[in-house]
Structures are given as C-alpha cells and as structure tokens.
Write a new protein. Structure first.
Length: 473
C-alpha cells in the first residue's frame, strides 16, 4: 500500500522565515527563540554607521573588480535611498529579520533586486557589527567629551562668581581647614579633565577598522582595507582577523570611562545634597532644579542630584555586565557579544543626560557666603595654622601639633574660640606664641596656603584664568 502524502501545513512555529543563514535548516526558528535572540530593537541605533560602512565596502568591491562597478554603483544608490528612509523615520523595520544588517540587505533587495546579494561579498556580520560599533564608539567618545566640557564651563562660571567665598574644607565629613569655594569647585574640573582624557584615549583605541576580517579568518578576495579605513575615518587597521571580530575592549574602555565620570558627578551630587540641607545651609537650589513634597509644603528636594547618585550605580553595573560577558569567551565571535550594545547604549545615555542636566543646573546654584565664612572658622578650623605659626618660631611640627592639641582641649573646656583667648592663655602652652596669636585671621590663613595648587586667593585666581583660557580654546 502506497504511503499517504502528508498535506498538513506546518504549524506557525515550523514555518521558515527569510534568514540569511536559512539554507542549513529545515524548520523555522521557534517563536520563543526569535524573541529571545532578537537584537533589532537595540542595534537599529547603529543605522548611520551601518549605511556608511556598507557604502564604503561596496565602493571598495567595485574598485577592486570583486563585483562589477555597475553593481557597486547600484548598491550605493540603494543604500542612499535607505539612509534617507531611516533619517525620515520611514524605514520598514522587520523583526523577523533579526538585526539591522539583515533588514538593510532585505530592503536593498526590494529596491535593486538580486544585485543586493553582492554587497555581502568579502564580509561577515561579525566584522560588520564590529565596524559599526567602533564607528559609533568613536562618536560617543566625542559626545561625552563635549558634554564634559560643558559641565566644566558651568563649574568654572560658578567658581568665578564665588571667587571670594570662603567655606570649610572637610575631611571625614568633619570641618578641617578653610578653603575658597572656588578652589573646591576647581577640584571637580580636575576630575572631569581626567575623564575627558580617558574618553579621548578610549576613542583612540576604538579607531581601528575590523572590516575585511570576515567571520574570523579573513577573506579570500583581493580587498583594499586601507581605502575603506580612509573613507570611514579610521586611523589604522585591526591586524588580526580573530581579534578584530572578538575584541570588545573598546566597549569596556568607554563604559569604564563613563563609570568613573559618573562617580565624579555623584561625588558632586552628594555635596550638593549635603550643602543644600538645613544642617549645612551653604547653598540654595534653583526652583527649576528642585522638587517639592506631596504632603510637606516646606520641602525643597535635591532630586536631580539624588537621581544622579543612584544612576551612577547603573553605569557601574553595565561595566560589570560587559566584563562578566567577556571573561570566559573563547575566540572568536560568540553570540554573547550581542549584549555589548545594550550595555554601551545605556551607559552612554545615562552619562550624557546626567552631564547635560548638571551643566544646566550648576550655574544656578546660590551660596550663602556669610554662613559659609562663619562655618569656615568654627570648630577651631585654624588649629593647623597656629601649629604652623609655632613651626615658624622654630618648634618642630610634631611638637607644635601636640601643643595645639592641648590648646584646643583647653579652649573647648573654657567654651572659647581661639580669638577670645588672651596672650597669657596661649603662653600657658608655649612661650613661642607671639602677642597677637589670637589675631590670626581667616584671610591670613588662606593667604598662607600659597604653594602651587593651594587655596591662596592669588593661586586660585591664577587657576581660574588658566581654566578659562583652556576652555575657551
């Protein structure tokens, strides 16, 4: 008896979809797998880089006679049309095509026919995505550096506006020595400068072209990688095809730089939160950058600073995500690397948004100069200066430190600040105290810190001028 032919239609989960790799498989990908492996919602962000790299590749294929020049020209024209569609938000994205690369190739086929299939000659999605992401990383580094400069200028403007304000400097969150507020703010410009340097260095390490490495072993065509590198603006080539498709160090570089930059912003955020509290009372938040309470009408909450402090942890988590992803990957490409873009984009978005909002908020902060000055001399903040006074009279510093420690203990017991002690009281602890020891003032203490990098007004004024010249260049 002859076998009956199975005329049943396959279930939806068994139907094949148009995959570039589908020839090897008899059944369609399971819908759960389709959804789990879909990268399009993330990698479609790379559309500019995808089009630019594909155009450069097609042109090179035509120049090298790997494909007919007419086909190369048709491919470029089709890609330009797709680019305009994407820029206008009219591109018909298709989730079943997995990623941006296949979406572009399928759309190109709709526009120019079978010729579109020549575009993928001498390349793989492995070197393709590495190229796109390196292009994107270079621009992301530029965006980060630009945003850092904006925040630096905002901090500098705030420092210049408060150049004469004196405040307590802190160690262990205890009042330590008086400093100029401008000096304190300039410390953040130094931190941010290191951040800018890190992004500049990260950009340099991303500036190598992987395209032409194929899936992992190189390609068997007479390609001209250097011409593609020139067209795309890469400074050099990736020299090992396996490393080229597997390397994500440049992703780690960017997220690590972003994580440390966010850490610096979080430190500033913490100080804004503290200084704006009633306990410190050193600054007032602008209305546009504070929020209120739903039940306590008097509240003025530093939500921007608090959110920045929290979101710093998100960026640090993305760094850990990528490091954990890379730590056990054998060479060369593995699908794990699909997850790098999600981490990269979230870190970038969080960083840029935070830099932008802080650059807008910072110049609007208002400091209470009188309260800051009072706090700068409270809690015997000039104790070190009195010790230095004894050192200038010939006493070794360690002995001077001991003397002033006993003097502070005595003054606390008497309930007197230094300026209310008599010359006789000073000399109970050392005959080296001059008659006017009680007159050691705040301004004199500041002027004394005149070594380069110190808080002396003339040093801070010079630093303000130096930073203004640097940031205006």
């Amino acid at each position: 008896m002859a076998k009956q032919r199975n005329t049943r239609k396959p279930a939806p989960s068994q139907r094949k979809t148009a995959k570039t790799w589908g020839g090897r498989f008899r059944q369609a990908t399971h819908p759960l797998v389709e959804a789990y492996t879909l990268s399009l919602p993330i990698d479609r962000r790379l559309w500019r880089e995808e089009i630019a790299a594909s155009i450069a590749h097609a042109r090179m294929l035509g120049r090298q006679r790997i494909i007919p020049r007419a086909d190369a020209n048709a491919i470029v024209r089709g890609l330009r049309e797709i680019e305009r569609e994407m820029a206008a938000g009219r591109f018909p994205w298709r989730d079943e095509l997995e990623d941006i690369h296949t979406n572009v190739e399928a759309r190109l086929a709709q526009k120019i026919g079978e010729t579109a299939g020549r575009l993928h000659t001498a390349r793989s999605r492995n070197d393709q995505v590495a190229t796109d992401l390196r292009l994107y990383a270079k621009r992301a580094c530029d965006r980060a550096e630009t945003a850092i400069r904006s925040l630096q200028r905002a901090l500098l403007t705030l420092a210049e506006a408060n150049r004469r304000v004196v405040m307590p400097g802190y160690t262990h969150l205890q009042r330590a020595q008086p400093v100029l507020l401008a000096h304190h703010l300039l410390a953040y410009l130094e931190m941010l400068e290191r951040d800018a340097e890190r992004f500049h260095q990260a950009r340099g390490r991303a500036d190598a072209l992987p395209l032409g490495s194929g899936a992992l072993a190189g390609v068997p065509y007479p390609i001209d990688r250097r011409s593609v590198a020139r067209e795309l603006g890469f400074a050099r080539l990736c020299e090992n095809s396996m490393d080229a498709v597997a390397d994500r160090d440049f992703v780690v570089d960017f997220i690590a730089a972003a994580s440390l930059c966010m850490t610096h912003i979080s430190r500033l955020a913490e100080e804004i939160i503290l200084w704006s509290s009633a306990e410190f009372g050193l600054l007032t938040l602008p209305d546009g950058f504070a929020t209120g309470s739903s039940i306590m009408p008097q509240k003025r909450n530093p939500d921007v600073a608090e959110l920045a402090r929290a979101r710093t942890g998100r960026v640090a988590a993305q760094l850990q995500t990528v490091l954990a992803m890379l730590k056990a990957l054998p060479l060369a490409y593995n699908r794990d690397l699909q997850e790098d873009k999600r981490a990269f984009f979230e870190a970038e978005d969080t960083l840029i948004e935070t830099l932008d909002v802080f650059a807008a908020m910072t110049p609007e902060l208002r400091f209470d100069a009188e309260r800051a000055r009072q706090a700068a001399t409270a809690n015997y903040a000039l104790a070190t200066d009195l010790a230095d006074l004894l050192v200038r009279q010939g006493l070794p510093f360690r002995q001077a430190h001991e003397v002033i420690g006993r003097l502070v203990r005595y003054a606390e017991k008497q309930g007197k600040p230094f300026e209310e002690l008599t010359p006789a009281e000073f000399r109970r602890f050392s005959p080296l105290f001059p008659e006017d020891a009680a007159n050691l003032g705040l301004d004199a203490a500041l002027r004394a810190r005149s070594a380069r990098g110190g808080t002396a007004p003339r040093r801070v004024a010079a630093a303000l001028r130096r930073w203004r010249r640097k940031l205006e260049t």
